[in-house]
Design a binder for this molecule. Structure first.
Ligand SMILES: Nc1ncnc2c1ncn2[C@@H]1O[C@H](COP(=O)(O)OP(=O)(O)OP(=O)(O)O)[C@@H](O)[C@H]1O
Ligand SMILES: [Mg+2]
Length: 220
């Protein structure tokens, strides 16, 4: 019975604190819930720990304090701040491979990959190699690939930083659609429109200010 799908938290943070320098904390005492069917923003200035928090949520980084509880069986996809792909592989194949990995046949994977590329405004780049894509195109491709994996939890780092307004709006609406399908979406962003579209926002700026003093405000 999955009717409560949209209210089940994929991840819960209990009093999480982390920092890389002894006696210095990027954030402390952070408690938050990341429910399925919602988008949670992570905001804060450059260096405040947004990417670090995503890696803690993903379980890649162990926090110095607190606990991270991930629901059993949760599948996680991460879309990096700096996209990397296989230089000579086409855009279409990057997405199709994720679908083949889910068990789709070649023809179905190719068709769904083409549809996903179109969702992200990349229909015209399907046959381009990864190395020929712009930074913004490459990042949208990484998003399309993550979506193809149908994850329970998708962590997206600065998805609109390299995009113009129209493509940023496309990405924001696709993230909303993903959440509507039942994924828990966590998006680290500086973008006011992206954050405005979130159901909740974890703001690291105040925590960085108390933990790091003036330095945290150097790059708003
Ligand atoms: N593995 C690491 N070892 C040591 N220091 C690290 C490590 N990862 C991050 N840091 C430091 O922790 C701080 C927070 O980094 P993080 O990448 O989480 O910030 P951010 O909020 O994502 O910044 P941006 O908006 O520029 O992406 C930075 O000062 C960074 O140099
Ligand atoms: Mg970052």
């Amino acid at each position: 019975m999955r009717s409560k799908l949209t209210s089940e938290p994929a991840v819960v943070l209990h009093g999480v604190g982390h920092g890389f320098v002894r006696d210095q904390w990027l954030f402390e005492g952070l408690s938050a819930t990341f429910p399925r069917g919602t988008i949670t923003g992570v905001s804060g200035p450059s260096g405040s720990g947004k990417s670090t928090l995503l890696s803690i949520i993903a379980g890649w980084e162990k926090p110095r304090r607190g606990r991270v509880v991930v629901a059993r069986g949760t599948t996680i996809r991460w879309v990096f701040q700096n996209p990397f792909g296989v230089p000579r592989r086409t855009a279409l194949d990057h997405v199709a491979l994720a679908l083949l990995a889910r068990g789709l046949g070649r023809a179905a994977a190719t068709a769904e990959a083409a549809a996903l590329l179109a969702d992200f405004g990349l229909a015209g780049s399907a046959d381009s190699t990864f190395s020929a894509l712009s930074g913004g195109e490459a990042q949208r491709l990484m998003l399309a690939r993550a979506v193809a994996g149908h994850p329970d939890l998708i962590l997206v780092d600065e998805p609109t930083a390299q995009l113009d307004r129209a493509n940023a709006a496309t990405v924001n609406s696709v993230l909303a659609a993903l959440a509507a399908r039942g994924s828990a979406v966590v998006v680290a962003s500086h973008d006011a429109e992206t954050l405005a579209a979130c159901d909740a926002v974890v703001d690291l700026s105040a925590r960085a200010a108390t933990a790091q003093g003036e330095a945290a405000h150097a790059h708003p």
